[in-house]
Ligand binder design. Sequence first.
Ligand code: GP9
Ligand code: MN
Length: 696
Amino acid sequence: MKNIKNSWNRLVESLKKNLKRIKKEHLIREYAQNNVLFLVFVITCVINSTMLRLFCIKSTENYLAIAPILADLAIVTVVGGLGYLLKPKNRFGYYLGFSIFFTAICLINSIYYTYYTSFASVSMLSLTQYVGDVGDAVVGQVMQFKDFLYLIGPIALILVNSKLKKKNYYKKVEIKSERKKKTIKTVSVGAVIALIFLFTLTPTDISRLIKQWNREYIVMKYGIYIYQANDVIASIQPKINSLFGYDQAKKNFNDYFTDTEKHQDNEYTNIFEGKNVIVIHGESLQTNLMDLSFNGEEVTPNLNKLASEGMFFSNFYSPVSVGTSSDAELMFNTSLLPTQSGTAFVSYSDRTYNATPGLLKEKGYYTFSMHGNNADFWNRRNMHKSLGYDRFYSKEDYDVTEENTVGLGINDYAFFNQSVDKITKIAEKHDKWYGLLMMLSNHTPFAEVDKYGDFPVDIKETVTNPDGTTEEVSYPYMEGTKLGNYFKSAHYADGAIGELMERLDEEGLLENTVVVIYGDHDAKLPRSDYNRLYNYDKQTDSTLDEDDPNHKEYDSYQYELGRKVPLIIWTKDMKGTKLNKEYTNVMSMYDVEPTLGNMFGYSNEYALGHDIFDIKDENIVVFPNGNWLTNDVYYNSQKGEYLSLNNQAISEEEIEKNNEYATKLLDISNEIIVFDLLKEDQTDENRVIETQQKGT
Ligand code: GP9
Ligand code: MN
């Protein structure tokens, strides 16, 4: 302790001494005079990036953020430091060049943000529509006074340069070793700042940078320069991936589909032909919600009602990968699986997809999607076009206010309400339509509990006192836990589904319509919270001990299998018919397109999933990590072990066969997307020409 105190005192003393020396010897002034170009470059680049963030992202968290300033400072210090390798007379050109480059990044993003409320991506440069749409609008409508402020960097450098010229600054001679020393010192300072920045990062920050889809978040954390560099890498990666291996991929594809059995018609074939469709993408809705009640109130009464009146697929999984919501959409619409690197929505939005909206369009449907969030989230602005939606209604089409905002954006009640107004108009104009409504409120972290309304997740009991009087006691149970908050949030979202159904009915929109509801993926909640849910001890307000006879094990297998999500297909007149029942065969999100296709009379001949009424109890659900599930077995490929669901052992051969199938499915799906195998006219020659054109 004494030693630490002594060292600390020595450090403080030496700092004081150095500060005094710096003051006395005017070292700062001297440094500034000798490095004025570098300093102007660094300061203006950091100011520009900070200004961009402050103008675009209006949140206290952003206003107070130090991390992006550190990130920007590290980048420009290193770039600026490398300028010292040049002779003084060449440095102005170097700094001006980079200053213009960094200014352009800020300026383009500022304009793009004004127009699209998101940051720009180089991947969009290949989309001519973007250049066309924005090109005309830029100078007149979109470029605002604030955008001119970004020019301070190059302007300041030009002014400083003319002053320096007059002072004969550039006549100074600096020998090579001196220049090298200066470079090393400055770059090292940049590296230290970068290190400090790295310490501020959380695992979520890193994973979001890798995914590169939550652009605002990345800019808010990493600053605009790292965002843009990362964006370039993310945009180039799929192009590189698709350069090699096309022939082998095409052969695998042909072999796979030659060997695949053709679909057989069944009693569900064409039963919904010509009907309108409303698909509800239920954010983070898990099936286990539907079995739960607190103090006699169901968590999801509306979902439960729809399930009890319609076709309820109770063993349904959404094998999403890092693309979460967007992977669910991909699988639902295209019967493909998530890609092995990046996400289909962000990295491969320019590929050809045999997607449900596009296939229904060919049958005369008007197709649309609606979502209250920013259109660039998960790159939906582009990907929804590739999937064949005629129109994507996003945040900019909704009246979003502070009052109607919950979590990521407009709450599900306001979103549905405004959506029904839009659907009513669509239905007036079009005979047949297919629409997707994507919910948003029930999104992790489920923290805005006071906005979810009153839904206690405690245990209330009435106890009789010895004197005969009664009183109500409450045990906290799930109150204050993340899982408990999820129940409150899900109950809130479920209420919005109830209101939506009522309004659709009032507007007569359910008469000839099939409603399809799916949970997009699980809510990623802690297993310990589930242990509390199933093993709560009221007396101690904690989880029962594992050796307690009443303890119910909720192990990792139960947790993984518990991640299932609901799929409900419902029509107003289905209740009591033979369709109205629970369907228990295992099924996955990528089985939906062939299943619906069979019912609506369209087909994707390159679907990787199956019509569940064709494959029935022989279905296998494959997960992106190679795990798989049948009605009888759940196999964990990481551990190389399985859980029998029917108390029977499974042979090594069976495991091997299914492992091969899982790998094949994941590979073929990935190759279809990466090599754009569904695109017609894909001869090798055309691909080479196209790749060259894209490269120029
Ligand atoms: C974003 C919403 C949520 O618009 O769909 O995406 P997620 O985080 O669930 O992938
Ligand atoms: Mn989601």
